[in-house]
Write a protein that binds this ligand. Structure first.
Ligand SMILES: *[C@@H]1O[C@H](CO)[C@@H](O)[C@H](O)[C@H]1NC(C)=O
Length: 325
């Protein structure tokens, strides 16, 4: 009996040592990961300030069910600023983050009642083209998701204050689709990422145009959710564009060479996505309406999708949102 319990204790101690001792020099608040005992399922247990990661019921990401979108005619046109940004491209060890230095690049409209100042852009990606995005559509993931996060600049003075406050944050999310040529503007970030291979490395970036990188689309899906990283604060209005950004295989493969940690041969920064969380009766609204005069089309309402696994694309066909091959 004695030796049995000793053995069990040892196993637990070993597991803790192997899996969750932070890398030297890393803050305790930074050692969460996307794998195993420090991964998404356990974020809420590690730090009392991250309790929402475990107990929150308005969490992000979600799976977007194409049959469960609500057309809302009160949604306005999304207005995304044209300003070029200066900032830093950082390998945070969790993701590739572009932090924005100035307060010029803003967005509003859509479901939003305030102006949001973009302070960071985050990139989540997978190790294959079938995983990577945080939000999924009809259970299907995209190879990458770019999240442009802003804080409410009308009510709050900075992002750390806003993320704890009502209507504090908003995020515009764009899924990626693999194409031959990729996106030239996104390519600039990919090129820069080559020199920030390891955690903590950063590179200055000047005059980057986010709006040029984005697909042109007036259509989106929106819901109220949370940050997808600790502490999972439920103060984020999500706006998911209905068109993807095009990235090439080469661009994705270069990003997949980034590492989570500090050395050669270390874990690659891939599959850094939080899996979808329950919707829990939240509304998922869209401004996509069938504008066809065709009676039959009207009857089909606005939420007809066809989802195919290989290449997902949000597109408009006769005013009807579809995901096509
Ligand atoms: C953010 O704003 C609050 C309130 O004005 C202030 O107390 C806090 O120090 C600011 N934080 C940062 C990181 O600037």
């Amino acid at each position: 009996m004695e030796s049995y319990s000793v053995c069990v204790d040892l196993l637990i101690v070993l597991a803790l040592h192997i899996c969750i001792v932070p890398v030297p020099g890393q803050l305790w608040s930074e050692w969460w990961t996307y794998q195993g005992i420090s991964g998404p399922k356990f974020w809420g247990y590690h730090n009392p300030e991250w309790i929402l990661c475990r107990k929150g019921k308005l969490q992000s990401p979600i799976d977007i069910d194409p049959h469960n979108l609500i057309y809302d005619q009160n949604l306005r046109q999304l207005e995304i600023g044209q300003d070029k940004i200066d900032g830093k491209l950082i390998n945070t060890g969790h993701d590739l983050t572009l932090t924005v230095d100035d307060l010029d690049f803003t967005f509003t409209g859509g479901p939003l009642s305030y102006d949001y100042i973009v302070y960071e852009i985050k990139i989540h990606l997978g190790n294959s083209d079938r995983v990577g995005s945080e939000h999924t559509v009809g259970g299907n993931a995209f190879p990458m998701e770019i999240q442009i996060v802003g804080y409410n600049g009308e009510l709050y003075t900075n992002a750390s204050q806003a993320l704890l406050s009502p209507h504090g944050l908003a995020a515009i999310s764009v899924m990626a689709m693999v194409t031959e040529s990729g996106n030239e503007h996104f390519g600039k970030l990919v090129d820069m990422s080559k020199s920030i291979e390891h955690r903590g490395m950063q590179k200055d970036i000047q005059g980057f145009s986010v709006s040029q990188m984005l697909p042109t689309s007036d259509y989106f899906i929106t819901y109220e959710g949370s940050l997808t990283q600790p502490g999972c604060h439920e103060t984020v209005t999500w706006i998911i564009l209905n068109k993807p950004i095009h990235v090439s295989k080469d661009q994705l493969n270069l990003l997949r060479e980034l590492t989570f940690t500090g050395g050669k041969g270390d874990g690659l920064m891939e599959n850094n996505f939080r899996p979808p969380l329950p919707l829990n009766r939240r509304l998922v609204r869209t401004n996509i309406q069938s504008n066809s005069q065709d009676e039959e089309c009207h009857a089909r309402k606005v939420t007809f999708y066809q989802v195919s696994y290989r290449s997902l694309e949000f597109d408009l066909h006769g005013g009807v949102l579809e995901v096509t091959q």
